[in-house]
Design a protein around this ligand. Structure first.
Ligand code: HEC
Ligand code: HEC
Length: 197
Protein backbone atom coordinates (compact mmCIF):
# COMPACT_ATOMS: atom_id res chain seq x y z
CA UNK A 1 0.00 0.00 0.00
CA UNK A 2 1.46 3.33 -0.92
CA UNK A 3 1.50 6.47 1.17
CA UNK A 4 -1.48 8.12 -0.50
CA UNK A 5 -3.64 5.03 -0.04
CA UNK A 6 -2.57 4.84 3.60
CA UNK A 7 -3.66 8.39 4.26
CA UNK A 8 -6.91 7.73 2.42
CA UNK A 9 -7.59 4.62 4.49
CA UNK A 10 -6.81 6.40 7.72
CA UNK A 11 -9.17 9.21 6.76
CA UNK A 12 -11.91 6.65 6.19
CA UNK A 13 -11.16 4.85 9.46
CA UNK A 14 -11.07 8.11 11.38
CA UNK A 15 -14.21 9.31 9.66
CA UNK A 16 -12.80 12.79 9.45
CA UNK A 17 -14.40 15.28 7.17
CA UNK A 18 -12.48 18.39 8.16
CA UNK A 19 -9.04 19.53 7.03
CA UNK A 20 -5.75 18.80 8.75
CA UNK A 21 -5.70 18.80 12.52
CA UNK A 22 -3.31 17.53 15.15
CA UNK A 23 -4.46 13.86 15.17
CA UNK A 24 -4.29 13.54 11.45
CA UNK A 25 -0.81 15.03 11.28
CA UNK A 26 0.40 12.61 13.94
CA UNK A 27 -0.97 9.66 11.98
CA UNK A 28 0.57 10.74 8.69
CA UNK A 29 3.86 10.75 10.53
CA UNK A 30 3.70 6.97 11.12
CA UNK A 31 4.73 6.28 7.53
CA UNK A 32 7.35 9.00 7.51
CA UNK A 33 9.34 7.26 10.21
CA UNK A 34 8.29 3.60 9.91
CA UNK A 35 8.47 3.53 6.10
CA UNK A 36 5.67 3.54 3.53
CA UNK A 37 5.02 -0.21 3.77
CA UNK A 38 5.84 -0.11 7.53
CA UNK A 39 8.86 -2.41 7.11
CA UNK A 40 10.90 -0.17 9.43
CA UNK A 41 13.36 2.55 8.56
CA UNK A 42 16.52 3.64 10.39
CA UNK A 43 15.70 3.59 14.12
CA UNK A 44 11.96 3.00 13.63
CA UNK A 45 11.06 -0.72 13.82
CA UNK A 46 8.94 -2.71 11.40
CA UNK A 47 5.23 -2.61 12.26
CA UNK A 48 4.00 -4.72 9.31
CA UNK A 49 2.66 -8.09 10.46
CA UNK A 50 3.07 -7.28 14.13
CA UNK A 51 0.32 -8.67 16.40
CA UNK A 52 -2.72 -6.45 16.68
CA UNK A 53 -3.07 -6.70 20.47
CA UNK A 54 0.64 -6.03 20.97
CA UNK A 55 0.62 -2.94 18.73
CA UNK A 56 -2.42 -1.51 20.46
CA UNK A 57 -0.82 -2.08 23.84
CA UNK A 58 2.45 -0.40 22.86
CA UNK A 59 0.59 2.67 21.59
CA UNK A 60 -1.05 2.94 25.01
CA UNK A 61 2.34 2.36 26.69
CA UNK A 62 3.79 5.30 24.74
CA UNK A 63 0.79 7.44 25.48
CA UNK A 64 0.85 6.80 29.24
CA UNK A 65 4.67 7.03 29.21
CA UNK A 66 5.28 3.57 30.72
CA UNK A 67 7.46 2.74 27.70
CA UNK A 68 10.25 5.13 28.53
CA UNK A 69 13.10 3.89 26.32
CA UNK A 70 15.18 6.83 25.01
CA UNK A 71 13.89 6.59 21.39
CA UNK A 72 10.35 5.98 22.63
CA UNK A 73 10.48 9.24 24.57
CA UNK A 74 12.16 11.10 21.73
CA UNK A 75 9.97 9.90 18.86
CA UNK A 76 6.86 8.06 20.00
CA UNK A 77 5.53 10.09 22.93
CA UNK A 78 4.76 13.06 20.70
CA UNK A 79 3.57 10.88 17.80
CA UNK A 80 0.75 9.37 19.89
CA UNK A 81 -0.01 12.31 22.19
CA UNK A 82 -3.31 13.03 20.43
CA UNK A 83 -4.24 9.49 19.48
CA UNK A 84 -7.65 8.43 20.80
CA UNK A 85 -8.24 4.76 21.78
CA UNK A 86 -10.37 3.97 18.72
CA UNK A 87 -7.80 5.37 16.27
CA UNK A 88 -5.05 3.45 18.11
CA UNK A 89 -7.06 0.25 17.59
CA UNK A 90 -7.66 1.02 13.92
CA UNK A 91 -3.98 1.75 13.29
CA UNK A 92 -2.94 -1.42 15.14
CA UNK A 93 -5.33 -3.47 13.03
CA UNK A 94 -4.14 -1.85 9.82
CA UNK A 95 -0.41 -2.40 10.46
CA UNK A 96 -0.99 -5.97 11.68
CA UNK A 97 -2.46 -6.92 8.29
CA UNK A 98 0.53 -5.71 6.20
CA UNK A 99 2.87 -8.55 5.10
CA UNK A 100 6.19 -8.46 7.03
CA UNK A 101 9.59 -8.81 5.34
CA UNK A 102 12.63 -10.08 7.26
CA UNK A 103 15.48 -7.59 7.85
CA UNK A 104 18.19 -10.29 7.40
CA UNK A 105 20.77 -7.91 8.88
CA UNK A 106 22.29 -9.84 11.79
CA UNK A 107 25.62 -11.71 11.89
CA UNK A 108 25.00 -14.97 10.05
CA UNK A 109 27.79 -16.71 12.02
CA UNK A 110 25.89 -16.21 15.28
CA UNK A 111 22.68 -17.85 14.00
CA UNK A 112 23.33 -21.35 15.49
CA UNK A 113 24.05 -19.91 18.96
CA UNK A 114 21.02 -17.61 18.80
CA UNK A 115 18.73 -20.41 17.65
CA UNK A 116 19.95 -22.68 20.46
CA UNK A 117 19.05 -20.06 23.10
CA UNK A 118 15.75 -19.25 21.39
CA UNK A 119 14.70 -22.92 21.30
CA UNK A 120 16.20 -24.14 24.57
CA UNK A 121 16.67 -21.12 26.85
CA UNK A 122 19.66 -20.99 29.22
CA UNK A 123 18.76 -23.50 31.96
CA UNK A 124 21.70 -22.65 34.26
CA UNK A 125 20.64 -18.95 34.23
CA UNK A 126 16.93 -19.73 34.64
CA UNK A 127 16.17 -18.23 31.22
CA UNK A 128 13.06 -19.84 29.75
CA UNK A 129 13.07 -20.84 26.07
CA UNK A 130 11.80 -17.91 23.99
CA UNK A 131 9.87 -20.31 21.77
CA UNK A 132 7.55 -21.16 24.68
CA UNK A 133 5.89 -17.74 24.35
CA UNK A 134 6.96 -16.21 21.04
CA UNK A 135 6.30 -19.45 19.11
CA UNK A 136 8.46 -21.82 17.02
CA UNK A 137 8.69 -19.39 14.08
CA UNK A 138 8.91 -16.34 16.39
CA UNK A 139 5.50 -15.35 15.06
CA UNK A 140 4.00 -14.21 18.38
CA UNK A 141 0.38 -14.37 19.47
CA UNK A 142 -1.97 -11.73 20.85
CA UNK A 143 0.03 -9.50 23.26
CA UNK A 144 3.23 -11.47 22.63
CA UNK A 145 5.00 -9.80 19.69
CA UNK A 146 6.28 -11.34 16.48
CA UNK A 147 10.09 -11.21 16.65
CA UNK A 148 11.01 -13.02 13.43
CA UNK A 149 12.58 -10.66 10.89
CA UNK A 150 12.74 -7.53 13.08
CA UNK A 151 16.00 -5.69 12.56
CA UNK A 152 19.12 -6.69 14.46
CA UNK A 153 19.66 -3.19 15.86
CA UNK A 154 16.10 -2.89 17.14
CA UNK A 155 16.03 -6.33 18.79
CA UNK A 156 19.41 -5.72 20.40
CA UNK A 157 18.36 -2.30 21.65
CA UNK A 158 15.14 -3.62 23.21
CA UNK A 159 16.93 -6.42 25.06
CA UNK A 160 19.81 -4.13 26.13
CA UNK A 161 17.44 -1.46 27.42
CA UNK A 162 15.27 -3.85 29.43
CA UNK A 163 18.49 -5.00 31.09
CA UNK A 164 19.25 -1.33 31.84
CA UNK A 165 15.86 -0.84 33.51
CA UNK A 166 13.83 0.94 30.79
CA UNK A 167 10.19 -0.05 30.15
CA UNK A 168 10.23 -1.88 33.46
CA UNK A 169 6.42 -1.92 33.61
CA UNK A 170 6.22 -4.14 30.49
CA UNK A 171 4.30 -7.34 30.84
CA UNK A 172 6.38 -9.99 32.63
CA UNK A 173 8.74 -11.69 32.04
CA UNK A 174 10.77 -9.56 29.60
CA UNK A 175 12.54 -7.19 32.01
CA UNK A 176 13.57 -10.21 34.09
CA UNK A 177 14.67 -12.36 31.13
CA UNK A 178 16.61 -9.57 29.39
CA UNK A 179 18.45 -8.76 32.62
CA UNK A 180 19.83 -12.30 32.63
CA UNK A 181 21.12 -12.27 29.05
CA UNK A 182 24.81 -11.47 28.48
CA UNK A 183 25.86 -9.07 25.68
CA UNK A 184 26.96 -12.12 23.65
CA UNK A 185 23.58 -13.86 24.20
CA UNK A 186 21.77 -10.71 23.02
CA UNK A 187 23.92 -10.37 19.90
CA UNK A 188 23.30 -14.01 19.00
CA UNK A 189 19.54 -13.82 19.61
CA UNK A 190 19.15 -10.57 17.67
CA UNK A 191 21.22 -11.99 14.78
CA UNK A 192 19.23 -15.22 14.60
CA UNK A 193 15.84 -13.52 14.83
CA UNK A 194 16.65 -10.98 12.09
CA UNK A 195 16.72 -13.89 9.60
CA UNK A 196 13.56 -15.70 10.76
CA UNK A 197 10.64 -15.37 8.36
C1 HEC B 1 9.49 10.65 14.47
C2 HEC B 1 9.55 9.24 14.10
C3 HEC B 1 8.34 8.38 14.44
C4 HEC B 1 7.01 8.63 14.21
C5 HEC B 1 6.39 9.88 13.65
C6 HEC B 1 6.29 7.43 14.61
N1 HEC B 1 7.17 6.50 15.09
FE1 HEC B 1 6.65 4.75 15.96
N2 HEC B 1 8.61 4.46 16.54
C7 HEC B 1 9.66 5.28 16.22
C8 HEC B 1 10.87 4.77 16.85
C9 HEC B 1 12.27 5.38 16.74
C10 HEC B 1 10.48 3.63 17.59
C11 HEC B 1 11.39 2.76 18.46
C12 HEC B 1 11.22 3.17 19.93
C13 HEC B 1 12.18 2.43 20.84
O1 HEC B 1 13.30 2.12 20.43
O2 HEC B 1 11.79 2.18 21.99
C14 HEC B 1 9.05 3.46 17.37
C15 HEC B 1 8.29 2.42 17.91
C16 HEC B 1 6.96 2.18 17.60
C17 HEC B 1 6.19 1.03 18.05
C18 HEC B 1 6.70 -0.13 18.89
C19 HEC B 1 6.98 -1.32 18.00
C20 HEC B 1 7.39 -2.55 18.75
O3 HEC B 1 7.74 -3.54 18.09
O4 HEC B 1 7.38 -2.56 19.99
C21 HEC B 1 4.92 1.16 17.55
C22 HEC B 1 3.75 0.22 17.76
C23 HEC B 1 4.89 2.38 16.78
N3 HEC B 1 6.15 2.99 16.83
C24 HEC B 1 3.78 2.85 16.08
C25 HEC B 1 3.70 4.10 15.49
C26 HEC B 1 2.48 4.67 14.96
C27 HEC B 1 1.13 3.95 14.90
C28 HEC B 1 2.79 5.93 14.53
C29 HEC B 1 1.85 6.98 13.98
C30 HEC B 1 0.78 7.37 14.86
C31 HEC B 1 4.22 6.13 14.78
N4 HEC B 1 4.73 4.99 15.35
C32 HEC B 1 4.92 7.30 14.50
C33 HEC B 1 9.60 6.40 15.40
C34 HEC B 1 8.42 7.03 15.01
C1 HEC C 1 6.62 -16.09 29.32
C2 HEC C 1 6.52 -15.54 27.97
C3 HEC C 1 7.76 -14.98 27.30
C4 HEC C 1 9.00 -15.58 27.17
C5 HEC C 1 9.48 -16.92 27.70
C6 HEC C 1 9.81 -14.65 26.37
N1 HEC C 1 9.07 -13.54 26.04
FE1 HEC C 1 9.72 -11.93 24.95
N2 HEC C 1 7.93 -11.00 25.24
C7 HEC C 1 6.86 -11.52 25.96
C8 HEC C 1 5.83 -10.50 26.08
C9 HEC C 1 4.48 -10.66 26.79
C10 HEC C 1 6.31 -9.35 25.41
C11 HEC C 1 5.63 -7.99 25.28
C12 HEC C 1 6.11 -7.12 26.44
C13 HEC C 1 5.41 -5.79 26.47
O1 HEC C 1 4.26 -5.75 26.93
O2 HEC C 1 6.02 -4.81 26.04
C14 HEC C 1 7.63 -9.70 24.88
C15 HEC C 1 8.45 -8.83 24.14
C16 HEC C 1 9.68 -9.15 23.62
C17 HEC C 1 10.49 -8.28 22.77
C18 HEC C 1 10.11 -6.89 22.26
C19 HEC C 1 9.72 -6.95 20.80
C20 HEC C 1 9.38 -5.62 20.20
O3 HEC C 1 8.76 -5.60 19.12
O4 HEC C 1 9.72 -4.58 20.78
C21 HEC C 1 11.65 -8.96 22.50
C22 HEC C 1 12.82 -8.46 21.66
C23 HEC C 1 11.57 -10.24 23.17
N3 HEC C 1 10.36 -10.34 23.83
C24 HEC C 1 12.56 -11.22 23.11
C25 HEC C 1 12.52 -12.42 23.83
C26 HEC C 1 13.62 -13.36 23.86
C27 HEC C 1 14.92 -13.20 23.10
C28 HEC C 1 13.22 -14.39 24.71
C29 HEC C 1 14.03 -15.60 25.15
C30 HEC C 1 15.36 -15.35 25.71
C31 HEC C 1 11.87 -14.08 25.17
N4 HEC C 1 11.49 -12.88 24.61
C32 HEC C 1 11.13 -14.87 26.02
C33 HEC C 1 6.78 -12.80 26.47
C34 HEC C 1 7.82 -13.71 26.58
Amino acid sequence: MNFVKLIFMILIIGGWTSGLHADELAIRNCAWCHGTSAQGYMTAPRLAGQRYEYLEKQLLNFKNHTRDNPFSMQYMWDAVAYLDPQTARDLALYFSTLPPKPANDGDWNLVPVGKAIYDGGIPQENVVACTACHGPAAEGVREIPRLGGLSYAYLKRRLDQWGEGFHAAAQLPMPFIAGKLSPADIEALASYLSFVR
